[in-house]
Ligand binder design. Structure first.
Ligand SMILES: NC(=O)c1ccc[n+]([C@@H]2O[C@H](COP(=O)([O-])OP(=O)(O)OC[C@H]3O[C@@H](n4cnc5c(N)ncnc54)[C@H](O)[C@@H]3O)[C@@H](O)[C@H]2O)c1
Length: 248
């Protein structure tokens, strides 16, 4: 059993790396000497990132199955077989309204990006990893998926779906050498948290026993361990990162 936390030379794909948590994870993985492929629909921001850090840039649209499949094949053709994937693509959708005012088109978009896209990505990478006998897949879910945040129906439901998908696939591939896990952060300082109304932000912050928002680097530190060889006896699990809010 290889229990190393080293990510030296490992080919790792980070999705949603143009901004916030995904960007910080990509930067952190570079500092750990991984070979990092970054993707996003915001290609200009990725090009800026590539000026400062040794990342390979790929474009993807998570609403499009072909685009995700092409991404995986392009990354593996250019860099080699993936050791790990950290999926940070996600959108909040419209928030602040009860379900009676839910915009179904918005729900469909949140579903397409947060859950359908994550399923397609998992499907695209996992068989190659299983054939090679090793892989690490990490999806960034949310505390909303564990607890359900009010006025965030689409987001909470799709993040709960992501947690369910990870539990299911974790069992399917448990003996393959591939682990698939999720992480459920509470509110993290990021462009996404900036988009909340003051009222919503105060409500969410008040539920965190540590009385502060999390930091992207705290997400990156935990992610780096989850996608390392050392995290070898945990699959289908959702790691907590909630300042004490959801200690299960
Ligand atoms: N920020 C938080 O408080 C928080 C808390 C818990 C979980 N999360 C989750 O962490 C992940 C990252 O969040 P963040 O705060 O960094 O958000 P962010 O908005 O800063 O980053 C999300 C990235 O996803 C990309 N993206 C959106 N739609 C896309 C599409 N169709 N195709 C390709 N890329 C697309 C965006 O361009 C952006 O770069 C998300 O899944 C989010 O739900 C965030």
């Amino acid at each position: 059993m290889d229990e190393s936390t080293s990510l030296d030379n490992q080919i790792i794909l980070v999705t949603g790396a143009a901004s916030g948590i995904g960007r910080q994870i990509a930067i952190d993985l570079c500092s750990r000497k991984a070979k990092v492929a970054v993707c996003d629909k915001n290609i200009e921001a990725l090009k800026e990132l590539a000026k400062q850090y040794p990342v390979e840039v790929f474009e993807v649209d998570f609403t499009d199955e072909k685009s995700i499949n092409k991404l995986v094949s392009n990354v593996e053709t250019k860099l080699g077989p993936l050791k790990a994937v950290v999926n940070c693509v996600g959108i909040l959708g419209k928030n602040g309204e009860k379900i009676e005012s839910l915009d179904i088109a918005d729900f469909d978009l949140v579903y397409a990006i947060n859950l359908r896209g994550a399923v397609i990505l998992t499907k695209a990478v996992i068989s190659g990893m299983a054939q090679r006998g090793y892989g690490r897949i990490l999806h960034i879910a949310s505390i909303s998926g564990k607890e359900g945040n009010p006025y965030l129906v689409a987001y909470s439901a799709t993040k709960a779906g992501l947690i369910g998908m990870v539990k299911s696939v974790g069992k399917e591939y448990a003996t393959s050498g591939v682990t698939i896990n999720a992480m459920a952060p509470a509110l993290i300082e990021s462009p996404m948290s900036d988009s909340f109304s003051e009222k919503q932000l105060a409500l969410l912050k008040s539920r965190i026993p540590m009385e502060r928002l999390g930091k992207s680097q705290e997400v990156a530190d935990l992610a780096a361990w989850i996608v390392s060889p050392a995290c070898s006896f945990t699959t289908g699990f959702t790691f907590d990162l909630s300042g004490g809010r959801a200690t299960y």
